[in-house]
Design a protein around this ligand. Structure first.
Ligand code: GLV
Ligand code: MN
Ligand code: MN
Length: 409
């Protein structure tokens, strides 16, 4: 039986990013594929039957009965599913995603050691491109599974090198024609429970190692393209410029001001790209990506509208134009009340906690009961190499997940 830390220790060198620090494990990169192989091996070691579905989601099955005897067609319908993701943000931490996967494997060990024989099938799932760090759309795997993104739109998503999601999927053994809503796979999810590292200060403040998730605040991503006139940095007088970088700077400040003036709002520009990007070149275009979040979906929409208006004004003032496109939006999600109650009963004393971070559990919540467990992060920092989980807390998390799964099995 492996501890969560020893499981995570076996992948600690996969996808390290020497220039950014931390880990960069974008979907279908060598690192993410190595992590998928690791998962398949670990699941196989536990006697779980692993399959990859047509959207690239991995499922490791522990079927009903004492062993892992052949399942009949329907015995996996309405299964209990746990799991998370293995891809990361650029320069991310070691726990966002992998903690949920490693804890699920450790929970299977614990259930087996307790002599549990599942009365319903149990699966550990790994969702691809949860972070959307390569193709831009957060939770792409679960959105494809549920039909939350149009399959054609997904096929045409491009990464920074212009590779489409269809091309990347094909290169990794998926048939792009078969991407999209998968009712059979969806029908197999009876309840979904995702364990995740807590990504803020919630559990530090509550002085608890574990919490039960209550809700995810609505969030979305938009791409703003500001177009100006590319030109020479030395020969173009200041008054003759149409510099989209100057407009972009105004937009970044306007976004902070707008969000700061709206209680509970969060808005971020974490990625900005001047084209062509030369020190002695006035950019012809600047792309910037805006992440906006608020518990009230109408307020999120109003914030984005306000930001768009301010961007157009800032662009016009610099002789540029601005165009905004939506990349992905998820409304505020409240997790299933009865499933939350079951988690609370399995984990007496565990506090309830909302989150500002997005998760596949939030996407799946619209299709069936979905719930989350959080494990304390003593730094309170995430999407950064400083994200951390103490080994004892990680093992408490796996034991809590096992308690929850045992109750639900
Ligand atoms: C994922 O962690 C997100 O909240 O963007
Ligand atoms: Mn995550
Ligand atoms: Mn994340």
């Amino acid at each position: 039986m492996d501890s969560v830390s020893s499981l995570l220790g076996s992948i600690e060198d996969v996808g390290r990013d020497p220039s950014r620090g931390g880990y960069s494990r974008p979907v279908f990169s060598t690192a993410e594929l190595d992590l998928r192989s690791w998962f398949q091996q670990e699941a196989g070691r536990r006697g779980l039957e692993v399959e990859t579905d047509r959207n690239g989601i991995l499922w490791a099955w522990w079927d009903t009965g004492s062993g892992n005897e052949a399942h009949d067609g329907d015995s996996r319908r309405g299964a209990l599913v746990t799991g998370s993701h293995l891809d990361s943000v650029p320069g991310g931490g070691a726990f966002d995603g992998p903690l949920g996967v490693a804890s699920a494997l450790a929970a299977v060990d614990l259930l087996k050691a307790r002599g549990v024989t599942p009365h319903r099938a149990l699966a550990v799932a790994v969702f691809p491109e949860e972070e959307g760090s390569r193709f831009g759309v957060a939770c792409l795997g679960s959105r494809l599974l549920t039909g939350g993104i149009d399959a054609d739109a997904a096929r045409n998503l491009k990464d920074a090198d212009g590779v489409t999601f269809a091309e990347a999927a094909r290169a990794h053994g998926l048939d792009p024609a078969h991407l999209g809503r998968d009712d059979e796979a969806l029908g197999r999810i009876g309840d979904f429970v995702e364990l995740h590292v807590e990504q803020g200060r919630g559990l530090i403040d509550l002085e608890s190692p574990i919490a039960v998730g209550t809700s995810i605040i609505g969030h979305g991503r938009w791409k703003l393209t500001i177009t100006g006139q590319g030109n020479h940095a030395g020969t173009t007088l200041m008054e003759d410029r149409a510099d989209p970088m100057v407009a972009a700077a105004q937009v970044v400040l306007a976004i902070r001001k707008t969000a700061a003036a709206t209680p509970e709002a969060r808005a971020t520009v974490g990625r900005i790209q001047p084209v062509p990007g030369g020190t002695n070149v006035i950019a012809s275009r600047v792309d910037l990506w805006i992440d906006v979040r608020h518990p009230d979906d109408a307020t999120t929409a109003a914030l984005v509208e306000s930001i768009h208006g301010q961007a157009q004004k800032a662009a016009a003032f610099e002789g540029c134009t601005a165009a905004l496109t939506q990349e992905s939006v998820s409304g505020t999600v409240t997790f299933d009340a009865e499933l939350q109650r079951q988690l609370q009963l399995a984990l007496p004393g565990a506090p309830a906690l909302p989150t500002g971070a997005g998760h596949d559990a939030g996407i799946l919540a619209a299709y069936g009961p979905s719930a989350m467990l959080y494990v304390r992060n003593p730094t309170g920092i995430s999407h950064s190499p400083e994200e951390h989980v103490e080994p004892d807390d990680a093992d408490l998390g796996a034991a809590a997940l096992a308690d929850v799964l045992e109750r639900l099995l």
